[in-house]
Design a protein around this ligand. Sequence first.
Ligand SMILES: Nc1ncnc2c1ncn2[C@@H]1O[C@H](COP(=O)(O)OP(=O)(O)O)[C@@H](O)[C@H]1O
Ligand SMILES: [Mg+2]
Length: 314
Amino acid sequence: MDMNAIEIHDLAKSFNGSPVLDEINFKVRKGEIFGYLGPNGSGKTTTMRIMLGLLKPSSGRALILGEEPDEHNGSIRSRIGVLLENNGLYERLSAYQNLLYYARLYGVPEPDRVEKIERLLEFAGLSDRRNEKTGRFSTGMKRKLGLARAMINDPEILFLDEPTSGLDPESRMLVRDLILRLSEEGGMTVFLNTHDLSEVEKVCSNAAILEGGRIRVCDTIVGLKRSHDTPVLEITLVDTEYAVRTLDILTSQDHACDCERDDRRVTVTLDDESPSTVLAMLVTNGIAAEEVKNVTKSLEAVYLDIVKRRREHE
Ligand SMILES: Nc1ncnc2c1ncn2[C@@H]1O[C@H](COP(=O)(O)OP(=O)(O)O)[C@@H](O)[C@H]1O
Ligand SMILES: [Mg+2]
């Protein structure tokens, strides 16, 4: 059985001769929550539109559930759910009527409709607002209903374009919870565009970082952190004077560690040295630390490293 929900092969896209995407390759396995991470304008929506068959690539191809996407290919359309920047809701219809409309559109068998709509309203936390016109809903409510709407056909893959952008922190958390529940309870594959690193860290199992039209890295979140994460030792000294001496010792010709000082704290980026070597240097010089911590960098630091490193090489 094919375990890949999505395969992208050598995809490129230019608009009026200006390249936006180049040599894009990645695979998304079934059941993954895949974060497609990149700054604004990096080409996330363009990639998604190609995957949905709404846009033709300049070269290369996308395979969705083993097939080439085509806007008119009903067999794929019935197996995926899509939530783009707009929620696809009719503002003059109530929450219930919106879901009913989509249930009919997607050919949900009539005997199943009511139960399914009830379940989705419950899922979105909107059961008691079912009869209100969605035009009066808050942005967060619309987004949750939009997500429920995208689920009407029990999709195998859910495509989400920046699902939490523009939401307040509470709604953002609720929508993230819904996405996690879908994957945990339903084993659904989710492809999620976002420029928000903390979102990827909280929600995704895997991620690709898109920058300058190319995929810079693609890995599990754990793998991303491990391979790009240089451990850092954070040493707090009893006073500033000790911290200054510590910095002098560690950056002296003999040691040449990569260090920074902030008041009483010295952070050492460990390239080849082990924490014990660093501490031994201090002990030899009669310096006692008040506190020593191993810190791992956040995904944000990893991302900035990748982007910075690339700019330095160009
Ligand atoms: N239909 C289009 N015609 C011309 N340029 C476009 C079109 N769609 C997107 N672009 C350009 O492609 C780049 C990537 O856009 P987009 O995929 O929307 O990025 P993202 O979703 O990551 O913010 C941008 O520079 C944008 O202006
Ligand atoms: Mg976009």
